[in-house]
Ligand binder design. Structure first.
Ligand code: B16
Ligand code: MG
Length: 221
């Protein structure tokens, strides 16, 4: 049985709900381009990089543009997104996330952030959790995004731990696939309908403890 030495947390959907701000900003861009971007479409953007999100959005609108124009659009969307996240407060931390991070460190389990977002450091600072991680890896830390395993592999390396000793907490299919490719065990946060490939799926981190983690992973292969 592999021990648990480190936990790697995704940000959006696990620690905070920034998907709603991404949605507002993408919706505004779609509106300017003359089509409607619905909440159901937004599901496809969870966990994927900014440029991949834009590709999906343009696919929904049936539009295509040269790369240079797409880069301008992504920059514009990010400026709108930043208007929202600059106003975030610690009240927006999802239930149970801060408690679990603190409990893990108390038991000498290392914790890292492994997010696709290039805005992760700003978000952590706004919600007051920047000092709760031993390492912070974000969209600037790797050149290939989830579902590639890179973000989680660099996080394990930054913590000085082997992938098989790490547990990933993820809310997106792309993130679960990234964890599996990295050779890590993972907890899906959300529904087994789309996160069924995770070892364990829970609805949220509310009242989820280090004991729950040990009970599951140290008694299952
Ligand atoms: P940014 P995560 C992801 O965060 C979001 O789920 C995804 O919707 C977003 O496109 C991606 O970050 C990039 O974000 O535009 O801020 O760089 O779930 O990996 O923490
Ligand atoms: Mg996420």
């Amino acid at each position: 049985m592999n021990p648990i030495k480190a936990c790697i947390f995704d940000l959006d959907g696990v620690v905070v709900d920034t998907a709603k701000y991404h949605y507002l900003a993408w919706k505004r861009l779609a509106h300017e381009l003359g089509f409607e971007f619905k909440e159901i479409h937004n599901e496809r953007l969870k966990g994927v990089s900014r440029m991949r999100s834009l590709e999906i959005l343009l696919e929904v609108g049936g539009l295509s543009f040269p790369l240079e124009r797409m880069e301008q659009m992504a920059t514009q969307k990010n400026e709108w997104y930043l208007e929202y996240i600059r106003k975030m407060t610690p009240d927006e931390i999802l239930p149970g996330a801060k408690e679990l991070l603190e409990e893990l460190r108390l038991h000498n389990i290392k914790v890292a952030l492994g997010s696709a977002s290039k805005n992760a450091p700003l978000i952590l600072e706004r919600i007051g959790l920047a000092n709760h991680f031993d390492a912070i890896l974000d969209g600037n830390s790797v050149s290939v995004a989830k579902p590639a395993p890179d973000i989680f592999l660099v996080a394990a390396k930054a913590l000085g731990e082997l992938p098989e000793h790490c547990i990933v907490f993820e809310d997106a299919e792309a993130g679960i696939d990234a964890a599996i490719s990295a050779g890590m065990r993972c907890v899906g946060i959300g529904s087994p309908d789309n996160l069924g490939r995770a070892n364990l799926v829970i609805p949220n981190l509310k009242q989820f403890t280090y004991d729950n983690l040990k009970d599951y992973f140290l008694s299952h292969k």
